[in-house]
Design a protein around this ligand. Structure first.
Ligand code: GYE
Length: 328
């Protein structure tokens, strides 16, 4: 009887532990994993999803990390909450992908007071004291956007379309580095070309749905532009949807589309001649962040700023191999 009761007890315990979402590790195991709190902007674009995936892959348990992920749904207040929770949980490192550049001082001070290094990824933070964060990993947004403008200039010249060029501008989340730098490059391009005009600036918030809504509303009361400058791929897809609906041709012989990110879907439209230029923005930050944390864990001082390698793609330069090897 006693034995039967013991067996039942053991069975119940193993059943219960199977139901529990989190099984506490032994103290030895706990100390071996590096805990990282990751405050991500959201899941607004294919780029963002690839960025999250890259971080998950690199900061996996197999690689010695416990990753606490928080999706801020594009709201800075949610990022503040997530960072404060990570501080309470006493994580070893915080990785922050900030939605906008400003407003980070207080929360970064709090992380510093708790002795938790903060690594910034993707967009930048504007702070007076750069020692509030340890390192930053991301794109050279302005350089790539300037190169895209140079391509447009050459393209319009080659087509003999340099006068009265109407450019529709789809902007990303206001105040984010990607929006600020990509917009600044276009505005500088317009200032430098007498024949170029920005027909309108529409806020698509980096999403396909918002870009579609804004563009379709615009096209109902305005003529089709010559160029659409989209600050990311998903907004470009929304623009294409709106142009299709209005029966406006784009790509070879139609409206020239420029898109940033160069994810696989956009690249295949580029290959088919629908998107004129895909300016790459590399979301695969995970391996660099892992390397940075490992450097810090060894007591080394990593580089403050680390730029991802990026390129421009057109139908002429895109190879089938590149399309196939694209992981995002
Ligand atoms: O281009 C866009 C995303 O900040 C680089 O944010 C990132 C941008 C990227 O939503 O697709």
């Amino acid at each position: 009887m006693k034995r039967l009761a013991l067996v039942i007890c053991a069975l119940m315990l193993s059943f219960l532990s199977g139901c529990m979402p989190y099984v506490r590790q032994t103290p030895e195991e706990e100390t071996t994993l590096i805990t990282v709190g990751f405050s991500q902007v959201g899941a607004e674009s294919d780029w963002r999803v690839a960025n999250t995936e890259s971080m998950r892959e690199s900061l996996s348990e197999e690689n010695g990390f416990e990753l606490l992920y928080d999706n801020a749904r594009q709201k800075q207040e949610n990022q503040f909450k997530a960072i404060r929770t990570f501080i309470q949980q006493d994580v070893d490192y915080i990785v922050l992908a900030p939605v906008t550049e400003t407003g980070w001082e207080s929360v970064l001070e709090e992380a510093r007071a708790a002795g938790i290094p903060v690594i910034i990824v993707d967009r930048q933070v504007e702070v007076d004291d750069p020692s509030l964060y340890t390192s930053w990993v991301g794109s050279n947004f302005r350089k790539t956007a300037d190169a895209a403008i140079e391509w447009l200039s050459g393209q319009l010249k080659a087509d003999g379309r340099e006068d009265a060029v109407q450019i529709l501008h789809l902007q990303g989340t206001p105040g984010s580095t990607a929006q600020l730098q990509r917009s600044a490059a276009l505005e500088a391009g317009v200032a430098a070309h007498a024949g170029w005009t920005i027909a309108a600036q529409l806020n698509g918030d980096f999403t396909q749905a918002k870009a579609y809504e804004e563009t379709i509303a615009y096209l109902r009361s305005n003529p089709a532009p010559d160029v659409v400058y989209c600050e990311n791929d998903n907004m470009c897809f929304g623009v294409m949807q709106a142009l299709d609906e209005r029966g406006v041709a784009y790509g070879d012989g139609g409206v020239t589309l420029i898109s940033f990110d160069a994810g696989r879907t956009a690249l295949s439209y580029c290959k088919d001649g629908k998107i004129g230029l895909c300016a790459e923005c590399n979301p695969l930050h995970g391996p660099r962040v892992r390397a940075l944390i490992e450097q810090l864990a060894r007591g080394e001082t990593p580089e403050k700023l680390s730029y991802m390698p990026e390129a421009l793609f057109t139908a002429g330069t895109l190879t089938a191999e590149l399309l196939e090897s694209r992981v995002y």
